[in-house]
Design a protein around this ligand. Structure first.
Ligand SMILES: [Fe+2]
Length: 506
């Protein structure tokens, strides 16, 4: 008879040992434990942790998991070989899950694995009440000069078969990490939804097109806060996390562990409403991640990533935020610069083309040599030609909460770049990669430019749009060359561009 360990290994290099699925997103440790461990609601998963700049021997990684309430003696062993050599104990934070009054006490367990080397593979093992529960591995961030591969998509987890196909094809590409563009779970960004739609798909025990893949146990997953992470509405219809409806709202700030180098007190933090004791419990669990984790940056290889909160409760004209962005982009020596936020400013879809407030940041990005802006929100794939944009004033960008936040201005479009023969881009490449799993918008717009909606007279900046199938963006960055491929839910390539820079002389 084949052992579970052999089966899991053959299914994709997975080394999870002892936690067995019970259904309904619950997992149990072996019955021989004494005392019995609480049931798991999220299997151990890797998160990038608080690190931003690359510092040798100061790299860290977070290993987290979630259980129902209960006592447990957990420990994590880790090291450069399966002999481990170092150990740490997780911290625990209380959390509730469920809707309205139907709530259940949970615990979020977090082990921080610190003082790691850059660009090394590490092995880890989770123990509970002396039993080995899980084994796995991860690789820390790559240093400058190393080639990297990452996958990006947004608007994904709803437990649909399309989410699972994108997870599977992400896994097949063997990325160093995932850079999600927001709306990571539907509909309301709660722990309950993470448990049902996110962890089972991206941390599945086996890989399959209709199953998902064991990504999260070895691949760091970065994400940005987006509208479905904050899905409640206040009496004025503005987005707010509603703790009356969802005591487990804002799981972005409690389940995720991302760099904490953004503004400590942003001018427009994610708003909250509901019983003060529930909000206090959320704050206790989130700690210094709320509201700071909404904006952050990090380096990976030769790329600097700046991740921003573009939700409708923010005003990108905020001077302090612009100052922080300028300092961040101006302070990095990375060869490539990416900005990631959810609301795409140059999108030609029907649903969200008027949500253009982030356009006011384009001059700042251009001045600091940003190469790519990745967004989601529109549930399809759109690639624009390299462009520069000069806003004609603020337009409606400061109309916080409004659905129409149009910003007129002047486009300068690089029409010579084609990503194959001509690979030097004069301007920023804006990519919408919001076809990560949720139902698609405007399938009839695929490769049909006459149907695309332009608010700007005479503009034609979008060069490719695929909205009739789900897809992911795959980036390979090696020195002065970058290749982006758009891969669909069957693994087929939909689009490809190569971007090059002049080699560095220093
Ligand atoms: Fe969205």
């Amino acid at each position: 008879m084949i052992s579970r360990r052999t089966f899991l290994k053959s299914a994709g290099g997975v080394t999870l040992l002892a936690l067995k699925p019970l259904g309904r997103g619950l997992f149990a440790a072996p019955a021989l434990d004494s005392p019995r461990l609480p049931l798991f609601t999220a299997l151990p998963y890797i998160q990038p942790g608080a690190g931003s700049v690359l510092t040798s021997d100061a790299e860290s990684m977070v290993l987290a998991w979630q259980t129902v309430a209960g006592d447990a003696d957990f420990a994590v062993d880790f090291g450069l070989s399966p002999a481990y050599g170092r150990s740490t104990r997780p911290s625990r934070a209380e959390r509730v899950a469920g809707r309205g009054g139907d709530v259940e006490a949970r615990l979020n367990w977090v082990a921080s694995l610190d003082h790691l080397r850059i660009g090394h593979k590490y092995f880890y093992r989770v123990r509970g009440n002396a039993s080995v529960l899980a084994e796995g591995y991860f690789t820390t961030r790559q240093a400058r000069g190393q080639k990297i591969r990452f996958v990006s998509f947004g608007d994904n987890s709803y437990g649909d078969v399309s989410d699972r196909a994108i997870a599977f094809h992400t896994y097949r590409q063997n990325p160093d990490f995932v850079m999600n563009c927001g709306d990571n779970v539907y509909d309301s960004g709660t722990d309950d939804e993470y448990q049902r739609y996110f962890f089972p798909v991206y941390n599945a025990d086996v890989a399959g097109e209709r199953i998902g893949a064991p990504l999260l146990r070895s691949v760091p997953f970065y994400t940005v806060v987006a509208n479905h992470d904050v899905q409640g509405k206040d009496p004025n219809g503005h987005e707010v996390a509603n703790f009356t409806l969802n005591p487990d709202a804002l799981a972005f700030y409690t389940a995720m562990h991302l760099p904490l180098n953004g503004p400590e007190a942003p001018a427009y933090p994610t708003p909250m409403m509901g019983p003060p004791e529930r909000i206090a419990a959320f704050r206790a669990c989130a700690g210094d991640r709320y509201p700071r984790m909404a904006n952050y940056s990090f380096d990976y290889g030769d790329v600097h990533f700046l991740c921003l909160d573009s939700n409708r409760y923010t005003d990108p004209n905020d001077a302090a935020m612009q100052q922080w962005i300028a300092g961040d982009l101006g302070g990095t020596d990375a060869r490539w610069k990416f900005v990631i936020y959810h609301h795409p400013p140059y999108n030609v879809g029907r649903e969200h083309h008027a949500v253009q407030h982030m356009r006011v940041l384009s001059p700042l990005f251009e001045a600091h040599g940003v190469d790519f802006v990745l967004s989601g929100h529109e549930h399809n794939y759109q690639r624009a030609r390299p462009l520069r944009f000069a806003p004609a004033g603020r337009g409606r960008s400061a109309d916080i909460g409004a659905a129409d936040r149009r910003v007129p201005g002047t486009f300068t479009v690089d029409r010579l770049f084609d990503g194959s023969r001509r690979t030097r881009a004069d301007g920023v490449l804006h990519i919408v990669t919001g076809a990560g799993g949720k139902h698609l918008y405007e399938p009839e717009f695929t490769d049909n430019p006459s149907s695309w909606i332009y608010d700007d007279p005479g503009s034609d900046h979008v060069v490719k749009m695929v909205s009739n199938r789900h897809s992911l963006s795959l980036f390979d960055v090696e020195g002065p060359q970058l290749t982006m491929r758009q891969i669909d839910e069957t693994g087929q390539e939909l689009d490809r561009i190569v971007v090059t820079k002049a080699p560095r002389t220093t």
